[in-house]
Each structure stands twice: as structure tokens, then as C-alpha cells.
Design a protein around this ligand. Structure first.
Ligand code: ZN
Length: 477
């Protein structure tokens, strides 16, 4: 009890404190070893295991809230008292709450590790860190092994800069059935959507702005019929609003009262053009997506569709009879699972490796280390602002359906090039003159067909001829 003397001064004064009481101070916890240290900003990244620093493909995201877990083991010298972690990050010192240590640590239970929560503001470009497991005790009992590294700090570079994912939600008022029904864009629902993006995308923050609802008189069917026109409107909203090229536009609509009514015969929940070329940034014109706004489904549908706008193809998992088309051949887990331990920074919950990736069609969606790293690469290239010093050029957008039907639907101005499969196009001017151009074809992800972007020449074409998907197509303006 001598060691506790100072903690109970009032009582012990009455009792008479033994002379020669020994001061206590925070010391390396006796009988406690650090086995592993890992950080979680979405998926597990191991910093240290078996005494050695570990490399990882999982990016350290600057400015993002972080959980640090210290995995430990104990021996007979551990006295069963409370132990806390002290994380030193540069000039910042962050301490955990005290823990009574259990028999040992396990990945699947947050209570079996000593955990330090780090505010995103403390995660800078460089993480200069050390960690100690401490207990109040006498200096002579200190365990120098309850620290990593043995002395000094470890330097870990963040993989890029603080970056914010910016999204504009464009709700449609559905007038085809005369209802004028709009999806829920209340502050509470928008916050749910925002938090869903925040937990799945490796960014410092997510900002969402909601546009005024626009009337939509066409029919939007569960098969995807009618959606393309809404997508073209979305492109127009972006051009009209003058938002930066980094902003993602997300069109949302409720063609029925409930998802049960909409999906009774099976349904499409969203459509996006796969924005995977060029691989590093995709095309600014395609930073848009469409999906249903039914309150319960909207957050994950939006996160999946904007994932396609980040150039992500499908993870290979779907319910029986509904496997995703064209799954990503590079996806590392054949069952579409996330493959590693995840951690939801919004809810403060672990997610098991058996959960499935946001880019799959399966339930229990979270984010894999593979998708997390890919979102991060794209985010660093887009969210920080991206400009190419080229004069703007106008491109006509021709929509193509699965039956060879096509229409001039819109035009866009782009300073950068437009990616996509090159397609030879013959442009027909009024009077019959023909000129050759190279268009770019961008396929839809969940529907046949896609968009053909054709550079506008000196004369505005009144028609175009080209071959897409092995089919000769003629279209007039
Ligand atoms: Zn999809």
C-alpha cells in the first residue's frame, strides 16, 4: 500500500502515513509487453509487429480522425492494476483512458487493446510517434519494454495532403406520376449520407451541398429506362452552377413512395459512367452519378455510385442471380470481402474482414484496404484541385442506348482531354461536307450503352456516323 499513499492523503493522514513513503510516478507498466501497434482510419494499418516497424499499402490520411490500438501481453509481474497508453505525436501528447488489462489482445475486440483516439487535427503531414503503456508506480519498478520504439520516435509520412471530398446533391421532384415527390434531403438525412462517405472514403472531411429540387416529368423505371436523360440534366447543372472540377454531382429521385414498390420486380438503384480513364483522375465531366433517394438505401447507394465516378469497378460479390457485371479483375479477395479488419471512425466500431466492399452488390458493405487505397489515390489527384493549362474545348455528348439508338444530348466545355475508348467519327455538316474526328466512348456501369463525347469542329455538325459495340450508328442533331 505504500505506493498508493499519496493518492489517499486525507485518509492516510488520519491513519498516519508511514515515514519514508515512496513517491509514485508514471512508469513503463511492469509485466506488460507491446506486441503490436496498429492505426485505424477505416482499415487496419499495422505500424509495429513483433518488435519491428511494418510497411503497408494502406495510406496514412492527413487530417483524418484515427484510432491507435496497442496490442499487449502480460506476465506474472503485471499487478492487475490500471494501465494507460501515452501516445506522443510530435509536440502533442495524447493519453488513453485507463484499462485493466485482460489476458491478451485480439483483433476482434476493442476491449482487449489499449486504445488512443486521435483527433484528425493532430494527424499532420508527418506522424512522428512513440507510444508507452504506463502505470503509476515506483521508478525502480519501471519496465522499459513497455515502450515503442525503445527511445526516440518513429517517423511516418502521410500519403498526401489534407483533402476534402465535395459533393452536390441534386434532388429531382418526380412529376411523371403527378406527385412531385422529392427524396429526403433534411439536414438529418444529409448528415447520414455525409457520415457514410466520411467512414468509407479516406479523406479529411466531406462537404455536401444540396441544390434546389428540379422538376422531372419523364418516367424513371426500375430497369434504368429514362435515367439517362436525368444524367444529362445533371451534367447541365454542373455547367450552370460553375462549381469546381473536383465537385461530384449526385442526382437523387424517388420514382415511387417506397423501395418495395420500386423494386418489386428487381431494380436498378443507381447508374454512373465508370470514370476510370485516365487512371489517375478520370474525366471531370464524369464526376457525377445518379441514384434512388429512399431514405434507408440512399447513403450506401450514393457511396457506391460515387465510387464508380472515382473509377472503381465492381468487387466480385452479389446475391444469387445478381452478380455484378464486369467485376474488377484486380480486386484482391475473390468473395468481394473487405479482406482486412475495418474500423468505422464515425460509429467507433470494428468491421470484420468478412464484410463486403462498398463496390459489391452484397450486404454488410464497408471498405476494403484495396478500395480505400484506390479512393485515396483518386482523392489526392482530384480533391486538391486539378487544372491543366489548356484552352477550353467544346465536346458534344451523344447518348447511345443498348439498341443502337443515339441522340445529341448536351455539350460540355473541358480544358483537359477527355478519356475513354477512341472511336472514329464522321461528322456531317449542313450541305453534306464530312469531316473526321476522334470521339471518346464512356460506357455506363449498370446499363448497356453510354456516352460518346465528340470534339466540336469549326462547323457545328448536323449529324454523325460511327461504330460503337460493333454496331454502325447514325445520329442527327
Ligand atoms: Zn455499381
Amino acid at each position: 500500500m505504500t505506493a498508493r499513499c499519496l493518492l489517499f492523503v486525507p485518509v492516510l493522514l488520519l491513519m498516519g502515513c508511514p515515514s519514508g513513503a515512496i513517491d509514485t510516478e508514471p512508469i513503463g507498466a511492469p509485466g506488460v509487453s507491446i506486441d503490436q501497434i496498429a492505426i485505424y482510419q477505416g482499415v487496419k494499418r499495422t505500424l509495429m509487429a513483433d518488435g519491428g516497424i511494418q510497411d503497408s499499402e494502406v495510406p496514412l490520411v492527413a487530417g483524418r480522425d484515427t484510432l491507435v490500438r496497442v496490442f499487449y501481453s502480460t506476465d506474472v509481474d503485471y499487478d492487475g492494476g490500471e494501465v494507460y497508453a501515452r501516445l506522443t505525436l510530435g509536440d502533442a501528447v495524447i493519453e488513453s483512458t485507463p484499462y485493466v488489462l485482460l489476458g491478451g489482445s485480439a483483433d476482434d475486440d476493442l476491449r482487449t487493446t489499449v486504445n488512443v483516439e486521435v483527433d484528425g487535427a493532430d494527424v499532420g503531414d508527418i506522424l512522428d510517434w512513440s507510444i508507452e503503456l504506463l502505470q503509476d508506480g515506483e521508478a525502480g519498478d519501471a519496465n522499459p519494454g513497455a515502450r515503442f520504439p525503445d527511445s526516440g520516435t518513429v517517423e511516418l509520412d502521410a500519403a498526401g495532403e489534407v483533402n476534402v471530398l465535395r459533393i452536390v446533391i441534386a434532388p429531382f421532384a418526380y412529376n411523371f406520376d403527378g406527385s412531385g415527390r422529392v427524396p429526403d434531403t433534411s439536414p438529418e438525412q444529409v448528415e447520414r449520407i455525409r457520415e457514410t462517405f466520411l467512414k468509407l472514403y479516406p479523406v479529411s472531411d466531406v462537404e455536401i451541398r444540396v441544390r434546389e429540387a428540379q422538376p422531372w416529368s419523364g418516367e424513371l423505371q426500375p430497369s434504368g429506362e429514362g435515367w439517362i436523360g436525368a444524367g444529362i440534366s445533371l451534367l447541365g447543372f454542373r455547367n450552370a452552377d460553375g462549381e469546381g472540377e473536383d465537385v461530384y454531382y449526385y442526382g437523387m429521385f424517388n420514382p415511387t413512395e417506397t423501395i418495395g414498390q420500386f423494386c418489386s420486380q428487381g431494380c436498378l438503384l443507381g447508374v454512373t459512367l465508370l470514370n476510370d480513364s485516365p487512371e489517375d483522375v478520370g474525366s471531370p465531366s464524369l464526376r457525377l452519378a445518379l441514384g434512388v433517394g429512399f431514405a434507408e438505401q440512399a447513403p450506401l447507394v450514393a457511396a457506391h455510385e460515387i465510387g464508380h465516378a472515382h473509377g472503381r469497378a465492381h468487387a466480385p460479390c452479389g446475391p444469387p442471380g445478381n452478380q455484378p457485371d464486369g467485376p474488377d479483375p484486380e480486386y484482391p479477395y475473390s468473395d468481394g470481402s473487405i479482406g482486412v479488419w475495418g474500423y468505422d471512425i464515425v460509429e467507433g466500431e470494428l468491421r470484420p474482414p468478412t464484410d463486403t466492399d462498398i463496390m459489391s452488390y452484397c450486404d454488410d458493405q464497408f471498405v476494403s484496404d484495396y478500395t480505400f487505397a484506390a479512393f485515396h489515390r483518386r482523392g489526392q489527384n482530384v480533391n486538391l484541385g486539378w487544372s491543366v493549362p489548356m484552352p477550353p474545348r467544346t465536346w458534344d455528348v451523344i447518348t447511345i442506348d443498348g439498341e443502337g439508338g443515339a441522340a445529341f444530348a448536351a455539350s460540355v466545355e473541358r480544358r483537359a482531354g477527355v478519356a475513354g475508348e477512341a472511336v472514329d467519327v464522321t461528322l456531317l455538316a449542313a450541305g453534306g461536307a464530312a469531316t473526321a474526328a476522334v470521339g471518346r466512348f464512356l460506357p455506363y456501369d449498370h446499363l448497356p450503352g453510354g456516352w460518346l463525347l465528340v470534339p466540336r469542329g469549326e462547323l457545328t455538325a448536323v449529324g454523325a456516323e460511327f461504330v460503337v459495340g460493333g454496331r454502325f450508328i447514325q445520329v442527327s442533331r
